[in-house]
Design a protein around this ligand. Structure first.
Ligand SMILES: [Zn+2]
Length: 317
């Protein structure tokens, strides 16, 4: 079932008591350190009237969430991002059905990576997909390559998917929603969903909450500019594509912290590059400071170094 953040659910009279009694939020992507059980997931969180996030675990030994957004309107449901397998995205579809009988009509591909798209076949047939042209080209090419190699191809966007290269405003059931490209970030075709009425910004993989900056297909310096733009929007709630959904003020602090982490990781990789440390030796010499404890630091650290070296040497187009 869905849960509502405490501040929205309790009356003003008892608010202070409840806030005092609650332990502070543990700032981590790790569910156990956060004081939760693995069996608490997947879960649906009601973050505003008709706006929800859905969190299920990313595949792999290190547990952290892949987080989706959905908006319920009288004209149907808009979903931003899916999960990484047909079974997991079926879980998302079923969770939405528990909240509303309204059909899913629109799916935004905010990140084209498989952990957000590979389960898209579980969305109802005929839904409208919204995608950045770069992401559409990437998914089309990888499906084609898979077909040529005789492998099972991943999910491929339909030919009539709507392309958003910059900005598109859509209105469903009187709810205005903006689909925004804030610049190349984690994938090159990253889209964000902005809800002006609630001031909620879903950033997908532009914002990884307490997850080490993951740069396999990233554009490091442009990603920082996208985070500048996101923060300048002064959202009431920033929602990350990985890591936990946070309440308003905490979400504002955490996007700032993520921005700081990106800046620090790029600075450290730049230091190593300028010192002439070969890329294959740089990871052992990197000092990530406090970010060494963030989820995925050991696997993503060397990848971040490689990508920053690529950009600094002019090989990243
Ligand atoms: Zn991802």
């Amino acid at each position: 079932m869905s849960k509502r953040f405490a501040a929205g659910a309790v009356g003003a009279a008892c608010l202070s008591t409840i806030l005092l009694a609650q332990p502070p939020v543990v700032r981590t992507a790790d569910p156990i350190k956060r004081g939760m059980q693995l069996t608490d997931f997947p879960r649906t969180i009601n973050i505003a009237d008709n706006v929800y996030t859905y969190e299920d675990f990313h595949a792999g030994p290190e547990k952290f969430t892949t987080t989706n957004l959905f908006v319920v309107t009288s004209d149907g449901v808009l979903v931003a991002d899916g999960q990484g397998s047909a079974a997991e995205t079926k879980g998302l579809v079923e969770a939405i059905r528990k909240v509303t009988p309204k059909p899913i009509t629109t799916v935004v591909i905010a990140s084209d990576h498989g952990d957000h798209t590979a389960g898209n076949a579980s969305f109802p047939a005929g839904v409208r997909y919204i995608i950045h042209p770069t992401s559409k080209a990437i998914l089309d090419a990888s499906a084609e390559a898979a077909a040529k190699a005789g492998r099972a191809s991943g999910w491929k966007p339909p030919a009539d998917a709507e392309l958003v290269a910059d900005k598109k405003t859509i209105t469903m059931g009187g709810e205005e929603m903006q689909i925004l490209f804030l610049g190349r970030s984690h994938t090159g075709g990253d889209l964000a969903v902005w809800l002006p009425r609630e001031k909620i910004l879903f950033l997908s993989e532009i914002y990884l909450n307490r997850v080490f900056p993951a740069m396999r297909s990233a554009y490091p310096s442009e990603w920082l500019k996208a985070l500048d733009r996101a923060e300048a929007m002064n959202a009431a709630i920033y929602v990350a594509g990985h890591g936990f959904t946070e309440s308003g003020a905490v979400s504002q602090e955490e996007i700032r912290n993520y921005h700081k982490a990106m800046t620090a990781v790029i600075a450290e990789a730049t230091r190593l590059y300028k010192a002439g440390v070969p890329v294959d030796q740089a990871a052992t010499q990197a000092n990530w400071g406090e970010y060494a404890s963030w989820t995925l630091a050991s696997s993503q650290g060397p990848i971040a170094i490689r990508k920053v070296y690529e950009e600094l040497s002019g090989r990243l187009k």
